[in-house]
Design a binder for this molecule. Structure first.
Ligand code: ADP
Ligand code: MG
Length: 739
């Protein structure tokens, strides 16, 4: 039996789920697959594993619990260990590069990516008696794939007489994708709904939507603190930096009255931050060491959901701008106990949000969306919702991921609101207007699997040894036609052969871009061309780097002159011989190098205007180069690269090799010059002077007026994409020479 601390037992008994233990366990005992839905805070994550443990499910095998977020895996394992008075050796966690699992482990919390990797080596998951997939409503790609896999593994285990239970847990009742999907589960699994007591929450919209939501959050929080009655405040912002910034401002604005005692405590926290940074750096170094000895493909190539909030590459929000616009409030109110909360926050600090604030003070937690459903913070009466979230965005052309701050969904907003109604009636302050909410907010977030580029998804699933991706029982399927096309593209690329992933495919899958660019990057390592290829992938993924006309000017003689000047500059950049054959790619490399040089002299904007580059595009390219370089460094520590903004131009040999690299990735996008012999009269010849036949296209495609390759009109070219204005034009064109 478990010896529980009396205080903990008292807290447990208040949880709605505890009253349902018997019923839940009966349903679990009688069914192999169960869906369990319940409001955040009802006790799903902390209690269900304990029910199973007490019912004997951990006697011979382990209980697995997956979380889409690392922070939840760690923090929940600790909490459950504490509630059960057991150690981390028994109630353990395992995330990408660290964990506390031992041979005594009974309950194992892990990220969904970790369990997926285990499926690769032990398809039947024989170590476990139960698998709990937590936070299924978040619809992370890995959890979705796990649901599909487990829908097959569970019957197999039953057939073999070593039964496995699957429990899918969700914070919302929106589970139709799992229940009404006969391809997934032939028999609809029973749905248990935990009735959690939820108090009414009054929603207050702002009349107007202030762009500067951090400033707005500061003002609103201050106002609540000064004017409203007792009760904790929970503020939702988008990332770690925003959290820290707002925490600092609030601590400055509301220092503790009991100065000595509390301020030092708050100050100590700030000092702790530095120490934590050292810790994180140390961990990173250790992580790098460890990855070196893992020879296998890394399933965690793509940062896990939740990584985004602490993405190292996140754009720095200008602290200064914030500072000047901020009116510092002088006040004499009650002290405010301000705490940060985000994924990368060290656990001892995370633990603080669960403890009561110092007597006489008000609790205020500034959090990323980890507090939306993953972690339940007690005693919140006021929620301040910026309505913003950081979203992973995949570039359609290259698959490069970036993070953008966008409006969250109505479903998320309602989750955030709900956080204020756990202990009594509450208030939610939405820092946006009801019009914005009604007209702009989506109802639900799109499942990640439908946002991810299919080539990438397909390759990753092949790397998991999934035989027929098209037949995979997805909870929500990606576009099947697209999947079929991915298969063809990947086969052409050499990533897939005879329906199996090749070693090249495995290498490609390591790069955080679309497979075609992954192949280019993988090969570049061999030739030490990586900085150039990174620059090219970045430049090719940004639209309209090279302008055709000066922005906002009408067609005049002067404009024509400027345009001519730009075209001749690009010809100059393209050079001759192997350089020229590299075509648009060469122009982009030179343009980026020259722009970065101008930037180092503080003249970037002027340089861009004068030389026909779009300023924002250049800034974007730099960001992408840094991001790509960092991601490659993280995923492949054995590769040693740094970003040198002012990239020296490639040598003649390098230019030639780069052309081969381009061909290796875009060999399926070839166009052949329409020869004069095919055409009859002179007029036609003139019309078709710059025309090509692209594979699979009836209509001719053209070299654009701005293309440097018009000069030598190569017989074969590869292109990055085709776009249409008055005609079909090729973008990102490079020549290939027939051997
Ligand atoms: P659910 O998974 O249904 O959202 P949880 O099991 O995470 O609910 O939480 C149940 C209760 O346990 C909540 O009231 C939460 O505040 C509390 N709790 C969770 N972790 C901790 C912790 N580390 N310290 C104190 N209380 C905690
Ligand atoms: Mg939970």
């Amino acid at each position: 039996g478990i010896k529980r601390d009396s205080k903990i037992q008292k807290a447990r008994l208040k949880l709605p789920i505890l009253a349902e233990e018997q019923q839940i366990m009966e349903i679990i005992n009688e069914n192999s697959i169960i869906i369990l839905a319940g409001e955040t805070g009802s006790g799903k994550t902390t209690q269900v594993p304990q029910f199973l443990y007490e019912a004997g499910y951990a006697l011979e095998k382990m209980i697995a619990v997956t979380e889409p977020r690392r922070v939840a895996a760690i923090s929940m394992s600790k909490r459950v260990a504490q509630e059960m008075s057991m150690t981390s050796k028994e109630i353990s966690y395992l995330i990408r590069f660290e964990g506390t699992v031992t041979d005594q482990t009974k309950i194992k919390f892990m990220t969904d990516g970790v369990l997926l990797k285990e499926v690769q080596t032990d398809f039947l998951l024989t170590k476990y008696s139960v698998v709990i997939l937590d936070e299924a409503h978040e619809r992370s790609v890995y959890t979705d794939i796990l649901i599909g896999l487990l829908s097959r593994i569970v019957p197999l285990r039953n057939k073999k007489g070593i039964p496995l239970k699957l429990i899918i847990m969700s914070a919302t009742l929106r589970v139709q994708d799992f229940t009404e999907n006969v391809r997934l589960f032939k028999v609809t699994p029973p749905l248990i709904n935990i009735d959690a007591r939820q108090f009414p929450v009054t929603v207050h919209f702002n009349k107007r939507t202030n762009e500067n939501y951090l400033q707005e959050a500061f003002i609103k929080t201050s106002k609540i603190h000064k004017e409203n009655s007792e009760g904790g405040i929970l503020v939702f912002v988008t990332g770690q930096q925003e959290v820290n910034m707002l925490v600092k401002k609030l601590r400055n604005a509301f220092p503790f009255r009991n100065k000595y005692k509390f301020e030092t405590q708050n100050e100590k926290e700030i000092n702790d931050d530095n120490r934590d940074e050292e810790n994180i750096n140390l961990q990173k170094r250790l992580r790098k060491k460890k990855t070196k000895i893992i020879p296998e493909i890394n399933l965690d190539d793509y940062s896990l959901p939740g990584d985004n909030e602490d993405s190292e590459n996140e754009e720095l929000n200008s602290d200064e701008e914030f500072e000047t616009e901020m009116t510092v409030v002088s006040n004499n109110s009650q002290p405010l106990w301000v705490l940060p909360l985000y994924s990368m926050l060290p656990s001892h600090k995370q633990a603080k949000v669960f403890q009561p604030p110092p007597p006489g003070s008000r609790l205020c937690i500034v959090s990323t969306n980890v507090a939306e459903t993953s972690l339940t913070i007690p005693n919140i009466k006021y929620v301040v919702d910026t309505g913003k979230t950081k979203m992973k965005l995949y570039d359609k052309i290259t698959g490069v991921t970036s993070y953008i701050v966008t409006w969250t969904s109505k479903a998320s907003a309602s989750q955030r609101t709900g956080r204020a109604g756990r202990m009594g009636p509450g208030h939610c302050y939405r820092l946006y207007s009801s019009a914005v909410f009604n007209d702009i907010f989506q109802d639900y977030d799109t499942p990640e699997i439908q946002q991810k580029p299919v080539d990438d998804l397909y390759l990753q699933m092949k790397c998991m040894n999934i035989d027929k991706v098209a037949n995979f029982p997805f909870p929500t399927a990606p576009d099947m036609l697209q999947l079929k096309m991915s298969e063809n593209r990947l086969t052409t690329l050499g990533a897939i052969k005879d329906n199996r992933v090749t070693p090249l495919g495995r290498a490609i899958s390591k790069f955080p871009v679309l497979p075609r660019y992954g192949k280019m990057l993988a090969l570049s390592h061999q030739y030490e061309l990586l900085p150039y290829t990174i620059c090219l992938v970045a430049a090719l993924s940004v639209q309209e780097v090279l302008l055709e006309n000066p922005i906002g000017q009408t067609d005049s003689e002067e404009v024509k002159n400027v345009r001519q000047k730009w075209i001749s500059l690009r010809r100059q950049w393209a050079g001759t011989g192997n350089f020229l054959l590299l075509g648009d790619a060469m122009v982009l490399l030179k343009a980026v190098g020259a722009a970065e040089y101008a930037n180092s002299e503080g003249k970037l904007e002027k340089f861009c205007i004068e030389n026909g580059l779009r300023y924002k595009a250049v800034v974007e390219i730099r960001k992408l180069r840094i991001q790509l370089t960092n991601e490659i460094k993280t995923n492949m520590p054995e590769i040693d690269i740094v970003v040198d903004p002012k990239l020296n131009p490639p040598t003649d040999l390098q230019a030639k090799l780069l052309r081969q690299i381009m061909l290796s990735g875009m060999g399926d996008q070839v166009a052949k010059k329409i020869t004069p012999d095919e055409l009859k009269d002179g007029e036609e010849r003139r019309k078709y002077k710059y025309a090509y036949h692209a594979n699979n296209m009836e209509e001719p495609v053209y070299l654009h007026q701005g293309s440097v390759l018009r000069k030598n009109l190569p017989e074969y070219v590869i292109f990055q994409e085709i776009y249409e204005t008055n005609k079909m034009y090729m973008r990102g064109v490079t020549a290939i020479e027939p051997e």
